[in-house]
Structures are given as C-alpha cells and as structure tokens.
Design a protein. Structure first.
Length: 316
C-alpha cells in the first residue's frame, strides 16, 4: 500500500529556525502536502493563472523591490488578492522588512507570515530538498535490508527462512545493517527508492533462539546505517527438488516498488549453503551489471562461438 506524508508547518519552522512574524489561528494544524515552493512574483504583478495555493510562498529581493514601487492602493489590492488564496504561509527571506499592508492583509485573511535572514535561493533550494524527502511516497515491506559493498540488498522470503541470520553473518564480514523485519521504503526519484528502519526497531535484529540483539552495541556503530538505496532484491526460497532454477542469469528479473524497477535474484536455500558469501557475490555482480558488464551474456556468446567453431571443424 502506497501512502503519502505531510509535514506540519511548525515542524518546518523549527527545523529551519524560521521566525514566526504572524501566526494564523490554525497555525498548529497547517500541513504542507506538496514538495514545491513558489515565489509569487507573477501573482504580485497580477497574474494568477496556474497559481498553486498549496505551496509555501517565498518572497525575496525581486518581489520586495517591485512592491516598493506600488502605490498604497495597489498594495492593498495586490496583497488582498494574494492572501485571499489561503496558502500555507508566506516566508520573507533575507531579513527584508515586512510591508505594513502585507501584514494587515495577512491578518485579515488569517495567513501565517514567516521570516528568515537566509538568502532567497538558499532557503528555497533547502526547503524543496527537505520537503522532497519528507513528502516522498512510501510503503513498508517485511524483510531485511543490508548494505553489501555499497549495494543495498533487500532480503525477502518466508518468516524463519534465515534472513536475519544471514544479515548477522554479513555484519561479521564487515557489512552494514539498515533494517530488520520491517523496512520503510521511500521513493526519492523516478529511478530510486530508499529503505530505512522504523524508529522503534532501528539497530535491532531478532534471532530465533537468542532474542533481540542490539547490532550497534554488539558490532559497533560502523555496523549500522540509517538508510540506503535499494539496488537489489534477493528472494530466499526453500530448495524444491525438480524445480528448474535459473543457472545462467541471462534473463534479468525485476520487481516494482513504488513504480521503480529493481533487479531480483531468487536464491534457493539448502543446508550448507553459505548465503552471506552468495550475497557478497550478488552485490558485486549487480554493480558490474549497472556498469554495463554482464558475465552471463559474455558466457553465452563464448559458448555459441565454441559450438560454431566445433561445428565448422566437424564439417571439414
């Protein structure tokens, strides 16, 4: 199930240390639901087509210098119309003094005004990046997420099949844990998703027969990581006799998470298979494929050349 976040305006204010010049009566309930931020230059000039009132509005030097040229009547008309759209808040950058008419119209329409001394471009880019991460579509999956040689590997499979035990073996080999049992996944772009652990279980692993283990305390802080892009899904399944498993890996399999296609390896397990070593090889192989090298295709081409050469020799 795909879900969407929202961010309380007060949370944004605290995180960016913004000054609240005027708080609307519903200030504590205002939520930001879109990641874009707008500078209302065209709107101040009177053009409101395609105006997006769901966005935080940021006023900088350009808008302020234009406002200074307006008459009192024009300012009243401009701000009355602008604040009538009831956007979440107006953020005034660079410590610019807020026009009294702007303040009057904000109070009239009950719209929050914020202030910062940061440069307009700096605060706009920072807030967009912040909102993009905070508002990204997300879902959760049952599995274990580990970082192996820089590759984020999501282990999935039936409960009790050995995902957590494999993760611990990888930790002993110098790799890192991101999440065990539950993985929260956020879409950060059209081609990437990032996984992390819920706050409650971050840095913990459950091992049947032993119980809960604090990985950070047991293996050190270098053994854990807050989040990582998911580069590969490894599905662990019980070995079935007679099942025709892929032995060459010529045809890549993919699975979509939040609309992003991620390569999938299906690994059958039997007693004695060292999954940790297999996952290390899977991580390195996946990195090679991303760089354009496919050993399976190279092998099949080599086999075809060998068969063709043998056929020509037999024809002589």
């Amino acid at each position: 199930m795909i879900a969407m976040h929202s961010v309380l305006l007060d949370t944004l204010v605290n995180d960016f240390q913004l000054d609240v010049v005027f708080a609307s009566t519903d200030y504590d309930k205002i939520r930001l639901t879109v990641e874009d931020v707008s500078r209302p230059g065209l709107q101040i000039a009177g053009y409101f087509d395609h105006f997006e009132p769901m966005r935080l509005q940021v006023l900088g030097n350009v808008e302020a210098s234009y406002i200074e040229r307006l008459t009192q009547e024009e300012k009243v008309k401009t701000f009355d119309r602008l604040f009538g759209y009831k956007f979440p808040a107006l953020l005034v950058a660079r410590g610019i003094a807020i026009d009294p008419i702007c303040m009057e119209m904000a109070k009239k329409h009950n719209v929050t005004i914020l202030s910062t001394k940061e440069a307009t471009s700096t605060v706009v880019s920072a807030i967009i990046a912040y909102l993009k991460a905070a508002l990204a579509p997300y879902t959760s999956m049952h599995g274990v997420l580990v970082e192996v040689y820089g590759e984020g590997i999501l282990l999935v499979g039936d409960s009790g099949i050995g995902k957590s035990e494999t993760a611990v073996e990888l930790l002993k080999r110098g790799h890192r844990l991101i999440a065990d049992d539950a993985v929260e996944i956020h879409k950060i772009s059209n081609s990437a998703v990032v996984g992390s652990a819920p706050d409650l279980i971050r840095n913990y692993v459950e091992l049947r027969g032993i119980g809960i283990v604090n990985v950070a305390n047991l293996f050190g802080m270098g053994a854990v990581k807050a989040e990582n892009e998911i580069n590969l899904i490894v599905r662990i399944v019980p070995w079935e006799k007679g099942h025709n498993y892929d032995r060459l890996g010529v045809e890549e399999q993919f699975e979509e998470i939040l609309g992003v296609r991620i390569p999938v390896n299906t690994i059958p397990v039997t007693p004695g298979r060292n999954l940790a070593v297999i996952l290390e090889v899977a991580a390195m192989n996946n990195r090679q494929r991303k760089m354009g090298y496919n050993p399976a295709l190279e092998f099949t081409e080599r086999a075809d050349r060998h068969a063709q050469k043998k056929k020509e020799n037999m024809a002589k």
